[in-house]
Design a protein around this ligand. Structure first.
Ligand SMILES: [Zn+2]
Ligand SMILES: [Zn+2]
Length: 122
């Protein structure tokens, strides 16, 4: 996924926007064939576009996030980014097995809150 996706995504449960993206693994696309600017919120720059005089959209659009997670400041939920896809699903559709394997893979790098959410979900 691109950082730019965070310009569009809201929490599927509480509809909060913007969400916080934490990147664990990313790759650089040398020459993105085209560039889409973040219009409202840029997760690479970590803020609203209107608050920046200059944004590096080529870099923003040229990074592909392979692994990470998305945190919602509204309800405290988190969503994994696995194989470049953010799994933004409401509670009843959440893939608990995927959550678990994500936490097993990244354990050390995840905040305590996320580790506990898995333990409590058992
Ligand atoms: Zn951006
Ligand atoms: Zn939320």
């Amino acid at each position: 996924m691109k950082y730019r996706l965070m310009d569009i995504l809201a929490c599927p449960m509480c509809k909060s926007f913007p969400l916080k993206l934490v990147v664990l693994e990313e790759r650089i696309i040398e020459k993105p064939p085209f560039i889409r600017q973040c219009e409202l919120y840029c997760a690479l720059h970590g803020g609203y576009v209107r608050d920046f005089t200059k944004t590096d959209c080529e870099r923003c659009y040229g990074l592909e996030i392979a692994s990470g997670y998305v945190e919602c400041g509204g309800c405290g939920r988190w969503y994994p980014v696995v194989e470049e896809i953010p799994r933004m699903l409401p509670d009843e559709m959440r893939d608990r097995k995927l959550d678990k394997s994500f936490v097993e893979k990244w354990g050390q790098k995840l905040p305590q809150r996320i580790l506990e959410s898995i333990r409590n979900g058992e």
